[in-house]
Design a binder for this molecule. Structure first.
Ligand SMILES: [Zn+2]
Length: 191
């Protein structure tokens, strides 16, 4: 089963889970949850800046940040990187304990803190197992523009599906169950 990247390098998909034989997107509701979640997330991540560049330049100079080319981590807690900063991330991940945090909530924050504290990969440290997998080299794969367009459609589709679910469950239980909410944020008291 061929593994492919879509839009950004890093996350890899089983080709026949996300594409049909004609190179069309497989129907979203037939995709495994993990593949669908990451695919939908990618639609929001393309065109975002590299995290490390952003940390270096700050909001005021964020135009100098390179666009992200690579994504690592879990959807919603992912790290975006450009080619220049990928070695720093890989060094943190492999040599500085980052891999132990894979899948953890603090994954991205820990990398950011490490980077902001002026830690970098040693000179010459590089991605050594780079697999080039430009989408254009694969048969029938959509261009990045086409992929973006389809991902936007997919996001629309997903939103409608949620709306539908919300409509279906309406009236069943009007009370919001506070226990189900993830409230780990501290709020100031009202005084
Ligand atoms: Zn960068």
């Amino acid at each position: 089963m061929a593994k492919v990247s879509v839009g950004l390098r890093g996350w890899r998909f089983d080709e026949d889970e996300v594409f049909t034989e004609d190179g069309e997107w497989a129907p979203l509701d037939e995709m495994p949850d993990d593949a669908r979640n990451r695919l939908l997330r990618l639609g929001l991540l393309m065109d975002q800046p590299c995290d490390a560049c952003y940390l270096e330049y700050g909001e005021a100079e964020k135009k100098r940040a390179n666009p992200a080319a690579i994504v690592y981590g879990e959807p919603g807690d992912e790290v975006l990187l450009c080619d220049d900063h990928e070695p720093d991330f890989l060094y943190w991940f492999r040599e500085e304990g980052g891999s132990e945090l894979a899948g953890e909530e603090q994954f991205r924050d820990e990398f950011h803190e490490w980077f902001v504290a002026d830690n970098r990969a040693p000179e010459g440290y590089g991605p050594d197992e780079h697999v080039e997998e430009a989408p254009s080299e694969l048969p029938n794969l959509p261009t990045p523009e086409e992929a973006q367009r389809r991902l936007e459609q997919a996001v629309d589709f997903e939103e409608k599906r949620y709306d539908l679910r919300a409509a279906e469950s309406e009236g069943e239980d009007d009370e919001l169950d506070v226990a189900d909410l993830d409230l780990d944020t501290e709020y100031p008291s009202g005084e």
